[in-house]
Design a protein around this ligand. Structure first.
Ligand code: ADP
Length: 409
């Protein structure tokens, strides 16, 4: 009887997002999906590590400065801060820890309770996610060592895209070589695309399986997806997050021969080109800024490089909207999300300008309204709804984690 009571009381989920030198976390209570605490550790492994922790109930924020050698030290410091607020990791109310894992390959199509076999599989995927999966694994191992008795759930960025048909997921290269090296289109930001497509359906007053949605996740990284009846049928990122839209610092699509050219004619190494395309391209490469606020400010001052960067960004975005319109056949909604998508009205307006023939339009007054909630920005009589739908990847990870472990049985 007692265990049942305790089990029922376990309604909290800690969400961890481990980067190579950072650890973001949120503690949620799934009874009302409310935040109890949020925080971030930066510069792990350096002398100047910093933990910023906010307890939502009190609104108080604390900062801890000083060296944190590794993720283990960082997570212990986080556990200490949570305990100071009476939210410690040893609380019987903690149901599980949900981890963001970037690459789940073709193997992980759903959130998964992590055991040694799962760790091994995530490790096997390191060659296709060299930057992300090692950090995610470190976070998982650290949390498992700290609370070995607690379910630890991996929620994969790629999982939502595993429903893509082979026609969308495969590159047109030699199948044997592609299979041997697991070269195919996996897609990323899946947790966000899943959440936003579902929230868009809710905004329209429909069930997810009743609507076709084009989701435009425009943050520093950016990706588009075509979602038919709640299932992803295409997405713009590929083997890695480099493919697709113009991003803050990534080029997105380009002729692959650009790489051979830079090697043969430009004398650049593979690593140099990797850095160029991932870190020094996109908006930043085009005009020296990757923040859309700064780019808009420069455009207002008549800066031509900023204007051209914006135009290239919009041109690519528009091409993907058209492509996914064709992939879906009929579209109920286009949803903008993430930092740029939620905040930059000029991007939304420019991306859909001239698409009235497709039933797509933005109402200028509605588009100009700032707000935190999901909202429609198309004219009242529009054939296709255009929406701004704030993403919430932590809530989605917590929801998926709790759905897996939080049952009352
Ligand atoms: P990520 O999670 O990929 O780092 P976000 O979704 O937080 O990115 O988006 C960050 C980007 O959002 C910034 O680089 C900036 O370009 C853009 N952004 C944030 N706020 C605004 C705003 N008010 N207007 C225009 N762009 C904004």
């Amino acid at each position: 009887m007692n265990t049942v009571t305790e089990h029922r009381a376990a309604t909290r989920v800690l969400v961890l997002n481990s980067g190579s030198s950072s650890l973001k976390y949120q503690l949620l209570d799934m009874r009302d999906a409310g935040r109890l605490a949020v925080g971030l550790v930066e510069r792990i492994g350096e002398q100047t590590s910093r933990l910023r922790h906010t307890c939502v109930a009190t609104g108080g924020t604390r900062e801890l400065n000083g060296p944190m050698a590794d993720h283990d030290a960082a997570l212990k410091a986080v556990a200490g801060e949570l305990a100071r607020d009476g939210l410690g990791l040893d609380s019987p109310e903690l149901a599980a820890i949900g981890h963001r894992v970037v690459h789940g390959g073709m193997f992980f199509t759903e959130p998964t309770v992590v055991d040694d076999a799962v760790l091994t599989e995530i490790e096997r995927l390191i060659p296709v996610a060299p930057l992300h999966n090692p950090a995610n694994l470190t976070g998982l191992r650290t949390a498992m060592a700290l609370r070995p008795d607690l379910p630890q759930v991996a929620v994969f960025d790629t999982a939502f895209h595993t429903t893509m048909p082979e026609s969308a997921a495969r590159y047109a290269i030699d199948t044997k070589i592609a299979d041997r090296h697991r070269v195919r289109r996996y897609g990323f930001h899946g947790t966000s695309h899943a959440y936003v497509s579902r929230e868009t359906a809710r905004l329209l007053g429909k069930a997810p399986d009743e609507v076709n949605v084009i989701v435009l996740h425009l943050g520093n990284g950016a990706s588009a997806s075509a979602v038919r009846g709640g299932r992803c049928v295409d997405t713009s990122m590929g083997l890695t997050p480099l493919e697709g839209l113009v991003m803050g610092t990534r080029s997105g699509d380009l002729d692959p021969a650009v790489i051979f050219h830079l090697q043969r004619v430009g004398g650049m190494s593979t690593d140099e080109i990797d850095t160029l395309l991932n870190k020094r391209s996109g908006l930043f490469g085009l005009c020296g800024d990757n923040d859309m606020r700064e780019i808009r400010r420069r455009i207002d001052e008549g800066d031509e490089a900023a204007q051209l960067a914006f135009d290239i960004y919009i041109h690519r975005l528009k091409k993907y909207i058209g492509a996914y319109y064709a992939v879906l056949g009929s579209v109920d909604a286009v949803a903008f999300t993430a930092g740029v998508g939620e905040n930059a009205a000029p991007v939304r307006e420019a991306a859909l300008a001239g698409l009235e023939g497709l039933g797509l339009a933005v109402d200028p007054a509605r588009n100009a309204v700032r707000g935190d909630g999901a909202r429609i920005i198309s004219p009242r009589d529009a054939r296709v709804a255009v929406a701004v739908v704030p993403t919430d990847e932590e809530l989605e990870i917590a929801t998926q984690t709790f759905a897996l472990v939080g049952k009352d049985d």
